[in-house]
Design a protein around this ligand. Sequence first.
Ligand code: CP
Length: 326
Amino acid sequence: MQTFLHGRDMIGDLDFSKEEVETVLDVAFDLKRKRALNEPHAYLRDKVLAMLFFFSSTRTRGSFEAGMAQLGGHGAFIESKSTQISHGDTPKEIGEIFGRYYDGIAIRHVDWGIGNGYLNAVAKASRVPVLNMQCDIYHPFQCLADLMTIVEKKGRDLRRKKMVVSWAYAASYQKPMSVPQSLILQMPRFGMDVVLAHPPEFRLMPDIMEQAREQARKFGAGFEVTDDMEAAFKDADIVYAKSWGAMVHTQDTEEGARIIKKYPHWITDERKMALAKPDAIYMHPLPADRNIEVTDGVMDGPQSVVYDEAENRMHAQKAVMALVMG
Ligand code: CP
């Protein structure tokens, strides 16, 4: 068990070693048990986390803010538009100055080609940990909650479990590709055989794909890519199907929106779920476009674990915050 994580950033999924992620899981399960028993666990008394948002959120804001309060501290919600960032405060100012007020700086910045660079620039100037509440490349806290949920449903030994990470149709907006990228980086480290399914235009970033292949090789897991959603679902233990944008293929948002419209049949419905194993679980980070991306029948059905997954955001984040900010 690797326990000395004080002061560490979590920006990318591979920032923590597999052993360190195991520690996060152990602490997260302990904190979940403590909350269930109403046992106090104020490991961050008087500590304050800055939560800087450049993009909207339901779960991330709620779970970080509630988590900080439960740890005895406070989460300060800051919308970028209410700051002086548009009037000249650079990432250096944010890192230097917030690093002197706060005990941690959490940031959500999903703008394509900008978000991850922004987080790293803040981290370079900050004396306190920087936590990635989602950028254009990674969504590491979502991925930790997903891993925790899979362990709860499938057990700690996940070797040879088949996990499908699939693109799904959604017309609302071009969603970031950070969730599938985090999943393909992290899950092979736990022995899951990952099958990534998407139409050709929705490929992920080439260097992330290479890193995912490397993790799969290192940890003896499978990693395949297909453009056939139904073939991917066959005999899956875990189905994780969500939409993302065609940003690697084109940065023209109108063209991206036109491409999405070619694939309305990439919906997760009861017929496709029946191709997976009978005890397969359905996962989605939410928000989902109901009856477009996934049917109500699947989302509200017996195989769906989406609300446990959302709850686990809070436990996983509390674990990391207690470890790095304590
Ligand atoms: N899954 C997730 O990050 O949800 P929010 O966008 O609501 O924070």
